[in-house]
Write a protein that binds this ligand. Structure first.
Ligand code: PLP
Length: 373
């Protein structure tokens, strides 16, 4: 199997699994308690909090553990809107975990250019002093485009002074130094399973002085910002994965970017009418996104799966069905062309052999579909 779907989820670091095991076994204390087993769990999440703070460039007290990226995004959008009122604004290419909460409170969407990068003039036009939150993702999950949060912050401060800036850094963490890139943001979401941690755990960074209405009320954990007994094993695994990812980031980026470039260049030259979506120099290192004229991606994915290539088209719904991509539409890619889209996302375990397999399989599969399609 050539696994080329790291943006959907990534394999668990062995070290993260090992770090989690005690907390799935004998160390089962509830971190909120006062006795010895509770203190063991409490110490583990305190240490994990310190690590997450370091890799995310914030204070430990600004780390709020969540059940993943979706919860962190919802907590940011609904949390600001319910606490401060006002209008919320996001880019038109956000993941549904931001887009749907923004639409649920009648927020505004801001256009992007043909590379999926936010149009700053459109942002300025969408902002006014009634705006309480602007949410712009650090890196896009479909095409990989990177947003410059410094430039976004300037426009926000100018047009909507007082508005908070949230960034969904879920796809950015492996490929960008979030501690640096997300400095302009007041709220930052990450999700462990995208960087080799376990599923179902993440962080929302809430900078000092930023107040939110919590999504979950109850026992008052996480300084009243997110009630619910913490997922101790998951948090410990996440911190281990986050640390290893940060340590390896530079080497992994160089290696993966070279693999990605070989893959995309190979496909563009082997398949007539193959178009790379967006300018590669404005993307994270991991993402290869192409559209093939005259085919349907669902059929292509079926052939690839049978040949042992795990890939996806746009973002996959929970049902597994391929929804039409709002990201490609926002980038001005026609529906016809978007019908034949393919996302190949690489990661730290991707090898030359995976790229060879994709290069050997995809061109004949596209040809076959065109012939019989
Ligand atoms: N935000 C982005 C950009 C994502 O790619 C994803 C997952 O695909 C999420 C949020 C949701 O994260 P989680 O799967 O941890 O809920």
């Amino acid at each position: 199997m050539a696994y080329l779907d790291h943006a959907a989820t990534s394999p668990l670091w062995a070290e993260a699994r090992d770090a989690m095991l005690p907390f799935l076994g004998d160390s089962y204390g509830n971190p909120s308690g006062a006795h010895a087993p509770a203190r063991v769990a409490r110490k583990a999440i305190d240490e994990a909090r310190d690590i997450m703070a370091e890799v995310l460039g914030c204070d430990p007290g600004e780390v709020v553990f969540t059940s993943g990226g979706t919860e962190a995004d919802n907590a940011a959008v609904f949390g600001v809107q319910r606490r401060h009122g006002g209008v919320v604004v996001c880019s038109a290419v956000e993941h549904h975990a931001v887009l749907d909460p923004v639409l649920a409170v009648d927020g505004r969407l801001v256009a992007v250019d043909a590379d999926g990068v936010l149009d700053l003039d459109a942002l300025a036009a969408a902002l006014d002093p009634s705006v309480s939150l602007v949410s712009v993702m650090l890196a896009n999950n479909e095409v990989g485009s990177i947003q410059s949060l410094g430039a976004v912050r300037e426009v926000v401060d100018d047009r909507a002074p007082g508005a908070l800036l949230h960034t969904d850094a879920v796809q950015g963490y492996c490929w960008l130094d979030v501690a640096d890139a997300a400095t302009p943001a007041d709220l930052v979401s990450v999700s462990a399973h995208k960087f080799g941690g376990p599923k179902g755990v993440g962080v929302l960074v809430v900078r000092r002085g930023v107040t939110l209405a919590p999504l979950l009320l109850g026992g008052g954990q996480e300084q009243e910002r997110r009630s619910g007994t913490q997922n101790v094993a998951g948090i410990v695994g996440m911190a281990t994965a986050a640390r290893l990812t940060a340590e390896d980031r530079k080497t992994t980026i160089d290696r993966v970017a070279a693999l990605r470039d070989r893959l995309v260049d190979g496909l563009v030259s082997a398949v007539e009418g193959a178009l790379e979506s967006g300018d590669r120099s404005r993307k994270i290192a991991s993402t290869a996104h192409l559209c093939f004229e005259g085919i349907d991606s669902e059929s292509l994915l079926f052939l690839l799966d049978r040949a042992g290539i795990a890939a996806t088209a746009a973002s996959s719904c929970a049902s597994g069905a391929q929804a039409p991509s709002h990201v490609l539409e926002a980038m001005g890619i026609s529906r016809d062309l978007a019908r034949g889209s393919l996302r190949l996302s690489l990661g730290r375990t991707t090898t030359d052999a995976d790229v060879d397999a994709a290069l050997a399989t995809i061109p004949p599969a596209v040809e076959r579909l065109r012939e019989f399609g």
